[in-house]
Design a binder for this molecule. Structure first.
Ligand SMILES: C[C@@](CO)(OP(=O)(O)O)[C@H](O)COP(=O)(O)OP(=O)(O)OC[C@H]1O[C@@H](n2ccc(N)nc2=O)[C@H](O)[C@@H]1O
Ligand SMILES: Nc1ncnc2c1ncn2[C@@H]1O[C@H](COP(=O)(O)OP(=O)(O)O)[C@@H](O)[C@H]1O
Length: 293
């Protein structure tokens, strides 16, 4: 990554009309309760990074929604981009369709929110391209049934999140550099939340507690035990100031004040580990093309 100022600069925009779908990091995550429907009540802090997928859209007059590239293990009807487009069609009665192109860079099941971000970008982009005119709150309401993480990507601001991620308070945080490691395993969110040993009753904290250093992730003990690949990555990061887990994993990250030091760590990665350097962003790169168009 050379250009530190361009939006979503970590991966080159594949074409001028492509929309960014950035990754998120959960800078902390506490499980503070469980709802009657089995979903867990969380406290978390989301921040975007300038690294992610890219999508572009060819509007069709015939109402058909298709994706143009297969995604490993995800049938077309389950693809979050296809589901997002159909949800927008249903909600607005829009007669138009779309061919959805997604250039995937984010690992699936990595805790970087790739599928959720793809879904949010589809909602935001099609709302513009189809001229359906929903406001952000209406789009976020369509987003939540697609996944707990989709609303924060629709709103596009770093946030303190509560509930299952639907109660979002925008926050302004430092925007450091991150070294993100991608352990060679995929962690299913559902598996972690169903684990009998998961801590489910952490006492809630405040934003001030987080800002003064409480960055616990309650999923970490279970993920460490079940996924030795994640443990190895975290152990390696301990020499670089320590690592944290994003969401339910599998990805882990370390925080750096300057890009050079983050790249130095990346340059020292053993061959068996993969990762990338990215910049934290309080404002999602998804909001940038909106301003331009
Ligand atoms: C934990 C978080 C934190 O950002 O991130 P990831 O690690 O997945 O990225 C998210 O809340 C994940 O959101 P998302 O990935 O959209 O999860 P969903 O598809 O809604 O849920 C997958 C499954 O996990 C369980 N689940 C999810 C969220 C939650 N608050 N409580 C749960 O118990 C449910 O069993 C659900 O069926
Ligand atoms: N467009 C998509 N991109 C990624 N994953 C998708 C997509 N559509 C559906 N999925 C499903 O959503 C799951 C979670 O994906 P993802 O958001 O990338 O991981 P995480 O929630 O751990 O960050 C994937 O394992 C996959 O089965």
């Amino acid at each position: 990554m050379t250009d530190t100022t361009a939006p979503h600069s970590a991966i080159t925009r594949p074409r001028a009309d492509a929309w960014p779908a950035p990754a998120k990091l959960n800078l902390m995550l506490r499980v503070v309760g469980r709802r009657p429907d089995g979903y867990h009540e969380l406290q978390t802090v989301f921040q975007f990074i300038d690294h992610g997928d890219w999508l572009w859209f060819d509007v069709r007059p015939d109402g058909i929604v298709r994706r143009c590239a297969a995604l490993d293990g995800v049938p077309e009807d389950d693809d979050l981009t296809v589901r997002a487009a159909r949800a927008l069609q249903r909600a607005t009665g829009c007669p138009l369709g779309v061919d959805i192109h997604c250039e995937k860079h984010l690992p699936m099941g990595g805790g970087l929110g790739g599928g959720s971000s793809d879904a949010a970008t589809t909602l935001v982009a099609l709302n513009q391209l189809w001229g359906t005119g929903l406001d952000t709150d209406a789009l976020a309401a369509l987003a939540l049934p697609l996944g707990a993480d989709v609303p924060v990507f629709v709103h596009g601001h770093a946030a303190w999140g509560e509930g299952v991620g639907e109660r979002l308070e925008p926050v302004t945080l430092p925007e450091p550099w991150y070294l993100v490691l991608i352990p060679p395993c995929s962690v299913a969110t559902r598996t972690i939340f169903q684990h009998p040993d998961l801590t489910r009753d952490s006492p809630p904290i405040t934003l001030a507690d987080f800002l003064s250093g409480d960055v616990t992730n309650d999923c970490l003990p279970v993920v460490r035990r079940e996924y030795p690949e994640v443990t190895s990555a975290l152990d390696w990061l301990s020499a670089w100031g320590g690592g944290r887990l994003t969401g339910t994993g599998a990805c882990v990250f370390a925080v750096f004040d300057d890009a050079a030091r983050a790249h130095e760590a990346l340059g020292n990665l053993p061959a068996a580990l993969h990762g990338f350097v990215a910049k934290g962003r309080n404002r999602s790169p998804l909001l940038e093309p909106l301003a331009d168009r």
